[in-house]
Design a binder for this molecule. Structure first.
Ligand code: ZN
Length: 133
């Protein structure tokens, strides 16, 4: 179903401050930032090999990332797998009994088609599927 990790999503309270860790200290290059209004999130992209780190900062106190940090603190939030055909992947997973957060794909950062699987179906990890055309 998937051949690679598309990105790793990390929830942060302060994007500009956290970026210093990944650029100044770890030596990664900031590829850009984007605000996804739908998700109430500002995202910074930092490529690493053929995948990337995405730092996620909530733009609203009631956004999903704000709620995540409130419940679990800052840190690893989700892992995204790249798929070629997200509709087919969702149908396959549903048929295997996986609980889906998104029955239908929506648009995420970078214009990718994305969908989340419920962490209860994956023993605790929030998994995203991502299709980039
Ligand atoms: Zn993501």
């Amino acid at each position: 179903m998937t051949g690679r990790i598309d990105h790793i999503g990390i929830a942060v309270a302060n994007l500009d401050e956290t970026l210093k860790v990944y650029t100044d200290i770890l030596g990664l290059t900031l590829h850009g930032t984007e605000t996804v209004a739908d998700q109430k999130v500002r995202v910074a992209f930092l490529p690493v090999g053929d995948t990337e780190i995405e730092l996620l900062e909530s733009t609203e106190p009631d956004g999903p990332i704000a709620k995540f940090i409130e419940a679990k603190g800052q840190g690893l939030q989700h892992i995204a797998f790249r798929v070629d055909d997200i509709e087919a992947a969702l149908a396959e997973l549903k048929a295997k009994g996986v609980r889906l957060i998104d029955e239908k794909p929506r648009y995420g950062a970078g214009g990718a088609k994305i969908a989340f699987l419920h962490p209860k179906s994956t023993n605790g990890v929030l998994i995203e599927l991502s299709q980039r055309d």
